[in-house]
Design a protein around this ligand. Structure first.
Ligand code: GLC
Length: 456
């Protein structure tokens, strides 16, 4: 069985390259040629490769049994929320529009989300069929949604017009819904000049690093059990990779501190340490064979991660297709919403999520708690999951005649069409053949359940 282990550059990048002009710039950036037009740092951030050193602190990796819940969960909801919701230009506004830190800080006095209702957010994630949520406790702008003594300049929610910790009630709400709790934290903070010149400004650099260690410890110590720690921006000056900045962040030391407080927290790879799973960012199609390491596809349902008025909001069918393409390749999907400055998740994003929930209600048995395979997926056509003696075949594009598959390791003893009534099938010496009449197919994907037993 061919198994591949792509970095962020691998699959994500190549797929992205085919997609948009922006991505083309990213491909050039990746070294195929010199980019003729300037590449934004935001794009560079989205496309930067993860080349973490696998020999760095492998003892910190969670054992397989502690990753099982995450691999079973399949679907999570990401929330990007912070001061950037006020100007409504996305979470990179401060940097992209060159807003001086002192000017940007004034937004804190306007940040008073009257309709912030974390129970409503958690209920929406539950309706969406998500099994976990991840919230931006602090993004690159440096503003903490939580009460943070370690925050440089006390740039946190209790010192804003909100006058309270906004993470603590969210953690409780997510738990009340029976979902797992994930916190996003950005080691990088644009307010520190040392982020851009780490070697030239030792004092500022040391304060910068101390803030990250202090805040990560606060998050890991003061909010009860945390299930996922989702770093983003463990690099320096928007250059190189997270791993290139490991000399500065010492991610092994940082994550050792994390494990002291949260021995079982699942950690993503963006601190410069390899992490417990890989991340593929962006909405490029998912391709290739089953991946050896657990991984997560993440993109925003709306245009930006942080709040911008709703424009081309992704459809439920788009998310379902991404979810299926991820799970048949050993991945999860983390789909992002950007609540507005008042704390409300906008209606179209909510509707897309509820649609995924309706789909999962019908097909959840083929999703949750499964593992990919036994057959390798074929890009844009089909893929499989399995649990016990059941296999699930997801067909996104039917051939003109029958769909011909290789022989499964186990004998197929029955096939049920979960998307309709009829299905014809044959398990012969040359493999498995299935066909479903067009009106009996599902959109955007037909799901078939295969009963199997050991081959005689
Ligand atoms: C990127 C961006 C960031 C976003 C993140 C989510 O790296 O810098 O704004 O939070 O991706 O994956």
């Amino acid at each position: 069985m061919a198994i591949m282990r792509p970095g962020r550059m691998g699959a994500a990048m190549k797929a992205a390259c085919r997609l948009s002009a922006l991505a083309v710039a990213g491909c050039l950036l990746a070294g195929a040629a010199r980019a003729a037009e300037p590449v934004s740092d935001e794009l560079r951030s989205a496309l930067k490769p993860s080349t973490a050193d696998p020999t760095l602190a492998p003892d910190l990796l969670l054992p397989a049994q502690d990753m099982a819940w995450w691999r079973d969960a399949k679907f999570g909801v990401f929330v990007h929320w912070g001061l950037y919701a006020i100007p409504a230009k996305g979470e990179w506004h401060m940097f992209n529009d060159k807003v001086p830190a002192a000017e940007y800080a004034k937004l804190a006095q306007q940040f008073n989300p009257q309709h912030y209702d974390p129970d409503a957010w958690a209920a929406l994630a539950q309706d969406a069929g998500a099994r976990y949520m991840v919230l931006t406790a602090r993004h690159h702008d440096g503003f903490s949604l939580f009460a943070s003594r370690a925050s440089h300049g006390q740039f946190d929610a209790p010192h804003s017009a909100a006058k309270r910790d906004l993470v603590a009630p969210w953690v409780q709400a997510v738990r009340r819904q029976g979902l797992r709790v994930g916190l996003y934290y950005s080691p990088l903070d644009w307010r520190f000049p040392a982020y851009f010149h780490p070697k030239d400004m030792p004092e500022n650099a040391s304060a910068f690093k101390q803030q990250t260690y202090g805040q990560v410890e606060e998050l890991m110590r003061e909010y009860g059990r945390i299930d996922i720690l989702w770093y983003d921006g463990g690099w320096l000056a928007h250059q190189g990779t997270d791993a290139d900045a490991a000399w500065f962040w010492e991610p092994d030391k940082l994550n050792r501190l994390v494990r002291r407080h949260q021995p079982k927290v699942v950690i993503n790879p963006r601190s410069g340490w390899q992490g417990d799973f890989d991340v593929e960012e962006g909405d490029a199609p998912i391709k290739g064979p089953i991946r050896a390491r657990p991984w997560e596809k993440t993109f925003s349902i709306n245009g930006a991660w942080g709040y911008v008025p709703e424009g081309q909001v992704k459809s439920t069918d788009f998310l379902v297709t991404m979810l299926v393409d991820a799970i048949v390749r050993n991945g999860n999907l983390l789909a992002n919403v950007g609540p507005d400055a008042d704390g409300v998740i906008p209606p179209k994003q909510s509707e897309t999520l509820r649609g995924v929930g309706r789909w999962l209600q019908r097909y959840g048995q083929a999703v949750y708690g499964t593992r990919p395979g036994p057959l390798q997926p074929v890009d844009g056509v089909h893929g499989m999951t399995q649990r016990g003696d059941r296999c699930y075949l997801f067909v996104t594009r039917w051939p003109a005649g029958e769909l011909q598959l290789p022989m499964l390791p186990r004998q197929v003893t029955g096939v049920r069409n979960l998307s309709g009534d009829e299905v014809a099938w044959r398990d012969g010496p040359h493999g498995l053949t299935v066909s479903v009449p067009a009106p009996q197919r599902g959109l955007p994907v037909t799901v078939l359940e295969l009963r199997t037993s050991a081959r005689p």
